[in-house]
Design a protein around this ligand. Structure first.
Ligand SMILES: *[C@@H]1O[C@H](CO)[C@@H](O)[C@H](O)[C@H]1NC(C)=O
Ligand SMILES: *[C@@H]1O[C@H](CO)[C@@H](O)[C@H](O)[C@H]1NC(C)=O
Ligand SMILES: *[C@@H]1O[C@H](CO)[C@@H](O)[C@H](O)[C@H]1NC(C)=O
Ligand SMILES: *[C@@H]1O[C@H](CO)[C@@H](O)[C@H](O)[C@H]1NC(C)=O
Ligand SMILES: *[C@@H]1O[C@H](CO)[C@@H](O)[C@H](O)[C@H]1NC(C)=O
Ligand SMILES: *[C@@H]1O[C@H](CO)[C@@H](O)[C@H](O)[C@H]1NC(C)=O
Length: 372
């Protein structure tokens, strides 16, 4: 018994040392982040694609340190800011240009106009659908495996990364609600369509799990009918809001369902992009008009001077929010304690829960090695 408690003490001290090393001395809270999504997260993957869903020109990036990059906003995207909150020194590089970057820290596969369904966004041109983003991830996993000594080691490493999935808007904007291009609204009711999307997403998450993913952040859709592109006479386009809310509710239920599965040790959280914490955000005086002068797709017209007071605007172009709004969103997602915003917990708690699990192992010495 005495001997056992000595071992405990040793393990606890080891743990404290490890804790300090990883979480106090300026290191990131997770070793890596992989990002899947659309223009809300794209950081340059569309720049060389044959599409008009691009943003690598001024005034996009006017508040970004290196100017236009292919981000669809004036500064940082929500996931860029979350990446900084998690302690990363650099942004996660786009898959289209990982040269000079450390892919062990993660890759951003997001592509403007992409959806869960392959055809979504095709009206805008080429894009990297969720399925193709996963194929790109498999290529990266192969590269990681050869860097760190095989697939088994790679999978163990990859199980510690965060997988951020923010996709689905274009399955509505650039599919279901574009009947002149797509027949989906004649085939499915909004409930059936949301269900079909969730089923396809679930299969994709399974593919991710097969290559090591265990920690997933799933983001619900925004108020798609309330963007300047869709607001008319001061009113939101409610059918779009109603349909996309059905998807978000099903996504939240999926999180419960997958967290309850005892056969895997994967963990999921849901983030609510229309949470009242966000809707009630202070300081935004312009909520229905874009900051930049916008063209026929709602995109910024090249080289026009945008509004000077960008922190007062919710919208940068007619479809995408400003960095100021993204900062509020990222802050809520990262450390809100309101279950309507982050479910069942926020990102900070999600990445710190491993520490708690290790502590439990320490107080139950027999089980300690189960962690390995
Ligand atoms: C690729 O990324 C590197 C490092 O971030 C950057 O210096 C370079 O300009 C990028 N190249 C292209 C073509 O975007
Ligand atoms: C999963 O677990 C949660 C919390 O324990 C519970 O509220 C929910 O009903 C369960 N959901 C499913 C789909 O089993
Ligand atoms: C997100 O929050 C809003 C506002 O509180 C709420 O109406 C909506 O149901 C929430 N969405 C989900 C999927 O829970
Ligand atoms: C804006 O959204 C509309 C549909 O809501 C879409 O047709 C258009 O391509 C989008 N434009 C941009 C710049 O993303
Ligand atoms: C933003 O700046 C413009 C020009 O300086 C000014 O007219 C306006 O009142 C400011 N506020 C908003 C909310 O547009
Ligand atoms: C939430 O996180 C942000 C970024 O780390 C921080 O600035 C802020 O103080 C935090 N808020 C709370 C209530 O913890």
């Amino acid at each position: 018994m005495y001997c056992e408690s000595k071992i405990w003490l040793a393990l606890s001290l080891l743990f404290v040392a490890n804790y300090n090393q990883n979480y106090v001395h300026g290191e990131s809270k997770v070793p890596c982040i992989f990002i899947f999504g659309d223009s809300l997260s794209d950081s340059g993957n569309n720049n060389n694609l044959a599409t008009n869903a691009k943003s690598n020109f001024k005034p996009y990036g006017i508040d970004f340190p290196t100017g236009p990059t292919g981000r669809f906003t004036n500064g940082r995207n929500t996931i860029d800011i979350i990446t900084q909150f998690l302690g990363f020194e650099n942004f996660i590089p786009p898959f289209a240009n990982t040269s000079g970057s450390d892919i062990l820290k993660g890759v951003n596969y997001a592509s403007g106009s992409a959806g869960i369904r392959d055809e979504s966004g095709g009206n805008r041109g080429a894009h990297i659908s969720l399925g193709l983003q996963l194929e790109n991830h498999r290529l990266i996993v192969t590269q990681i495996a050869s860097k760190i000594g095989g697939l088994k080691k790679a999978k163990k490493y990859l199980s510690k990364c965060l997988y951020y999935v923010n996709i689905g808007s274009n399955d509505y904007l650039n599919n279901y609600f574009l009947p002149e291009y797509y027949p989906t609204s004649t085939i499915y009711t909004p409930h059936q369509y949301a269900e079909a999307l969730i089923q396809q997403l679930t299969l994709n998450l399974q593919v991710l799990e097969d290559v090591g993913a265990r920690k997933y952040v799933l983001v619900g859709l925004g108020s798609l009918g309330c963007t300047p592109f869709h607001i008319s006479d001061g009113s939101c386009f409610e059918p779009l809001n109603t349909a996309s809310l059905i998807f978000s509710q099903k996504l939240k239920s999926l999180v419960d369902q997958l967290n309850n599965k005892t056969s895997t040790n994967s963990k999921f959280i849901f983030l609510n992009s229309t949470t009242s914490a966000l809707i009630n955000a202070k300081g935004f005086t312009v909520t229905t008009v874009a900051c930049c002068a916008s063209g026929s797709f709602g995109e910024c017209i090249p080289d026009r001077r945008p509004c000077p007071n960008r922190t007062e605007y919710v919208f940068w172009d007619e479809n995408h929010t400003t960095e100021a709004w993204n900062l509020v969103t990222a802050t809520i997602f990262y450390n809100s304690s309101y279950p309507d915003s982050t479910y069942p917990m926020n990102i900070k708690q999600f990445v710190e829960q491993d520490i708690k699990m290790k502590l439990q192992f320490i107080s139950q010495p027999g089980r300690f090695y189960a962690d390995e």
